[in-house]
Design a protein around this ligand. Structure first.
Ligand code: MG
Length: 484
């Protein structure tokens, strides 16, 4: 034994004698808490830190200043259920058999055997809680409590799948239920109940943090807002001077502030990774009741940038350097593997598509997007676009657009028209608005991206070219006769 080894052994024995084996010297460090805040239909251009001049989001702007803000971050599909499937499983939604937006008639949901972030962290000893909109199957065996969450308070699907929605024809929707765990606590959510949703979600989130401050926890806050129909507390109406949408967003921003304050109060700021994102771009047909995609083209329900590119902010003082802006492309499928890496949690046993963003988040010099390409599927497995480096390939498909219609007012939507996209190529670093098609001037890039599209089709299929998937898994299905 060298004198140095002997000395280290002696010092270690001395420390153990002084502090005992249960001290922090002997036990592994506590893994970080994870708070994941996900908004519904919030646009790329809706936050102050993403360039909004009309909407005020001081708490989110501060969060971005204290951590990292991504400029080129994507939801996996520009629609609610599919987007949430990707966020929680680390998979493209079509890999796990979820597309579109599931309503009260859906007999399927995310397969209970799929591993969610909550499943992963629960296996690591975390307390796991969710507040807000689920939207991955409303039948009992598909609820959050069957997907790794110890507790859940919220709506099973969107707040517009509701008899009171101005657009709903009478008899279309049953009463909207509100759950606390698997217990129905309000079988008929009324307009006055929707006014308090954001506040109640926030209060439950703050209370969850207080209750679990002594152990690692995962908290998923999936706001029902700013999805239409918009509601805020009556006393907050008019506060933003930016219309009802501005009031709703101000309340969400307040909610972020209250959650961050709760972390501060319990001295958990340095041991908590906070992530904020949106499930898809703004629902533009709702006009003044919709958000903004800023400089981007189109919105929700399309594979154009305004549909899929969303704000993404991550803060973890001490691990994520403050004040960063990351311009590398990344997607919600990357959240699960990133959380697994930061918490030393094994990846799910089934193959996933996401890759860890830890090097980008922690500011590793020269870190790049872990993806060669990101796929944009929509409409029951149509491969409509892909992104590789600065390039975006648009594949021929039909999409919805408002054209030059006047802005819809009063919470009622304008009618979309159908338009046809061709084989188009855009360079997003110079042209984020997808205005100048470079397909004919860059034939080599076009061929490279078409070859990448073939890779996606061989694995996940493509309804546009009639290719069946080879690597997709089934959702969970309930027979038609089972309990509603
Ligand atoms: Mg949505």
């Amino acid at each position: 034994m060298s004198p140095r080894t002997w000395l280290l052994g002696f010092v270690h024995a001395l420390l153990l004698a002084v502090h005992g084996p249960s001290s922090s010297l002997a036990s592994p460090p506590r893994p970080p808490n994870v708070v994941l805040i996900f908004c519904d239909d919030l646009g790329y251009g809706d936050l102050g830190c993403y360039g909004s001049k009309t909407l005020k989001t001081p708490h989110l702007d501060r969060l971005a200043k204290q951590g990292v803000r991504f400029t080129d971050f994507y939801a996996a599909q520009a629609v609610c259920s599919a987007s949430r499937a990707a966020l929680l499983t680390g998979c493209y939604p079509n890999r796990v058999g979820i597309s579109g937006a599931l309503d009260h008639r859906a007999r399927h949901g995310l397969h209970p055997d799929e591993d969610t972030i909550a499943d992963r962290l629960k296996s690591r000893g975390y307390a796991t809680g969710m507040v807000g909109k689920w939207h991955l199957g409303h039948l009992p065996r598909f609820l959050p409590t069957r997907q790794g969450f110890d507790e859940w308070f919220g709506l099973p699907y969107s707040n517009d799948m509701w008899p009171f929605h101005p657009e709903a024809k009478p008899g279309t929707y049953p009463p909207l239920p509100l759950f606390d765990g698997e217990r129905l606590v309000d079988e008929d959510v009324r307009p006055e109940d929707q006014q308090t949703l954001t506040t109640r979600y926030t209060e439950r989130a703050v209370e969850f943090i207080a209750r679990h401050r002594e152990q690692p926890f995962f908290l998923y806050v999936a706001h029902s807002m700013p999805h239409v129909p918009l509601y805020v507390l009556p006393r907050h109406q008019g506060r933003s001077k930016a219309g009802l949408y501005g009031d709703v967003l101000a309340e969400i921003d307040d909610s972020v502030g209250r959650i961050v304050a709760a972390l501060d109060r319990h001295r958990l700021t340095d041991s908590t990774l906070v992530i904020f994102a949106s499930d898809n771009g703004p629902w533009l047909s709702y006009g003044e009741h919709a958000g903004s995609s800023g400089p981007l083209r189109e919105g929700k329900g399309t594979a154009w940038e305004g549909g899929v590119r969303v704000p993404f902010i991550a803060r973890w003082p001490g691990r994520i350097p403050a004040g960063q802006t990351c311009r590398e492309p990344a997607m919600t499928i990357d959240v699960l593997p990133t959380v697994c890496e930061f918490t030393s949690t094994p990846a799910p046993p089934s193959p996933i598509d996401g890759l860890s963003l830890a090097p980008l988040l922690t500011g590793t010099p020269g870190a790049q997007s872990p993806h060669v390409a990101l796929w944009f599927y929509y409409n029951q497995n149509e491969l409509q676009a892909l992104r590789s480096g600065p390039w975006k390939l648009i594949l021929p498909h039909t999409y919805r657009t408002l054209g030059n219609q006047a802005l819809a007012k009063g919470g009622l939507p304008a009618r979309y028209q159908q338009a046809q996209a061709g084989l188009e190529l855009y360079r997003l670093d110079a042209d984020p608005g997808e205005t100048t098609d470079l397909a004919s001037s860059h034939p080599q890039v076009l061929q490279q991206l078409l070859a990448l599209a073939e890779q996606a089709r061989g694995d996940l299929g493509d309804a546009l070219t009639k290719r069946a998937p080879s690597g997709a898994r089934e959702p969970g299905r309930e027979p038609p006769s089972a309990t509603p």
